[in-house]
Structures are given as structure tokens and as C-alpha cells.
Design a protein around this ligand. Structure first.
Ligand code: BTN
Length: 243
């Protein structure tokens, strides 16, 4: 994999998108920025990250005949790769908050933004953007955020953590290429935050309700058990987990 190190960029996802449109990317490429001026999060949010304290990078990966319908396995595999890297560092209480927030001790330690590159109506490549809090310890405006340093009390070199993540990504890239989707899904469900516990959710119309996370379906939608043991499935835009 080719690695491009950038000092300052708007967003590593946007950088890779632009480069691919210009035809400048011929193989899997990782773009790592020390600082993003317009880091993006899911659903139009922004991604705030203290300068040079954390990892902000994106991986451009050719889809290799992966169908649009199987894209959710990229989400699951990316979450598992970050989870496993944190597990190797011995972080405690790691979980994946659906669809792909990585939690440590009930606080968010990493976020993932996956975007597709569509060419002639087919999935040509995916861009997997990762923001991992490494050495930041002051989260004044983000009370639900944490970092590796906050959890372990150890300061890490960003490059060291990046190499660890890359090796986990290679492992899951192999599973995706070999079409091992059932094991990816099973491993992902195993690590879901608040699985099998009654939790409070909010629908997009503001209504709150209690449900129990039971897993995800093969489209990556969340399966919730609600009143009278009825199972319902949800997309990301339809609900948020409150507590
Ligand atoms: C989220 O949890 O909302 C997703 C956050 C994703 C942030 C990363 S940082 C690197 C890449 N570039 C971006 O602009 N966003 C992703």
C-alpha cells in the first residue's frame, strides 16, 4: 500500500476522492494528515481533532468486484480492524457502537467515515476514513470522547499506532477478498456496544423508546427487539442510541 503523508489538508477523504478523480491513484493508497482543517464525520458532522495529537487518515481501496450490496461488510471489517488494534494495545472495555464508532470505557475513541467511489454505476473503490484519538487528553467540548493516552496513561508515537492499524486492515482485507462475510458479521455482532441490554433510543421524529440490540442483518441494518419481542430493523438516519 502506498502511503502519502500530508501536513495539512481539508480532509483526507476529500483528498483521496480528488486524487482518484484526477486519475492519480493506481493502487491502494493511505493518506495520513497531521492536521485536517475540515475533517468530516458521519451525517454531515465535523471531526475535531487536536493538532498532531491524533491519527487522521483514509485508505483508498479498489472494490475488487465487491457489490454495492456487500458494502456493509467494509463498515464491519473496518470497525473490527480498529477494535483489534486497540485490543492489542490492551485497552479495556472496547466495543463497536453501531454502525462504526469505536468505544473504550463507554466513550468514543475512534470514528469511521466510509464513502464510495462510483464509476459507470458500479462500485469502483471505497474510501475508509479513520479518526483515532491517541494522545489528546483535553476534550473540553466533547465529554463523551476519550483517547488511548487517557485510557492507558501512555503516550504513543502516531506512526507506531498507524502501523498496527495497517496490519489489522490487511487481515480484514483478506477476509473481504475471500468473501468470508459470515465470520465478519459474527465477529462484529459479538463486539456491539450495549448488545442484549435494554437501551433508550430516539427516532428521527424525536420519539424515545426502549429496545434491545440483537445484531445486524446482512444489509448492515441494526436489529432491535422492541415491545412484545418484535424485531425491527433500522438505518443510521432513522435512530440514535441515547443510553
Ligand atoms: C464519525 O465518527 O463521525 C466519523 C469520523 C471520521 C473522521 C475521519 S478523520 C480522517 C477522515 N477524514 C475525514 O474528513 N473524516 C475521516
Amino acid at each position: 500500500m502506498q502511503i502519502v503523508k500530508l501536513h495539512t489538508i481539508d480532509s483526507t477523504n476529500d483528498y483521496l476522492k480528488r486524487e482518484s478523480k484526477l486519475g492519480n491513484i493506481s493502487k491502494d493508497t493511505l493518506a495520513w494528515a497531521k492536521y485536517q482543517s475540515q475533517g468530516r464525520g458521519q451525517m454531515g458532522t465535523s471531526w475535531q481533532s487536536e493538532k498532531e495529537s491524533n491519527l487522521t487518515f483514509s485508505i483508498y481501496r479498489k472494490s475488487r468486484r465487491l457489490s454495492v450490496g456487500n458494502q456493509c461488510y467494509i463498515t464491519m471489517a473496518a470497525s473490527l480492524a480498529v477494535y483489534d488494534a486497540l485490543d492489542k494495545l490492551m485497552l479495556k472495555k472496547i466495543s463497536v457502537k453501531w454502525p462504526n464508532d469505536i468505544m473504550s470505557d463507554r466513550k468514543k475513541i475512534a470514528g469511521i467515515l466510509i464513502e464510495s467511489v462510483i464509476k459507470s454505476n458500479t462500485l469502483d473503490a471505497v474510501i475508509i476514513g479513520i479518526g483515532l484519538n491517541v494522545n489528546q487528553t483535553n476534550f473540553e467540548n466533547l465529554p463523551k470522547a476519550t483517547s488511548i493516552k487517557e485510557q492507558l496513561g501512555i503516550h504513543f508515537h502516531l506512526e507506531e499506532i498507524l502501523q498496527l492499524l495497517i496490519s489489522q486492515f490487511h487481515t480484514y482485507a483478506r477476509s473481504i477478498t475471500s468473501g468470508d462475510f459470515a465470520s465478519i458479521k459474527a465477529a462484529y455482532e459479538d463486539r456491539l456496544y450495549r448488545k442484549d441490554k435494554p437501551s433508550t433510543f430516539q427516532r428521527s421524529n424525536g420519539e424515545q423508546f426502549v429496545g434491545i440490540i440483537r445484531g445486524v442483518n446482512t444489509s448492515g441494518q441494526l436489529i432491535l427487539e422492541e415491545e412484545d419481542q418484535i424485531l425491527n430493523t433500522y438505518n443510521l438516519k432513522e435512530l440514535s442510541l441515547l443510553f
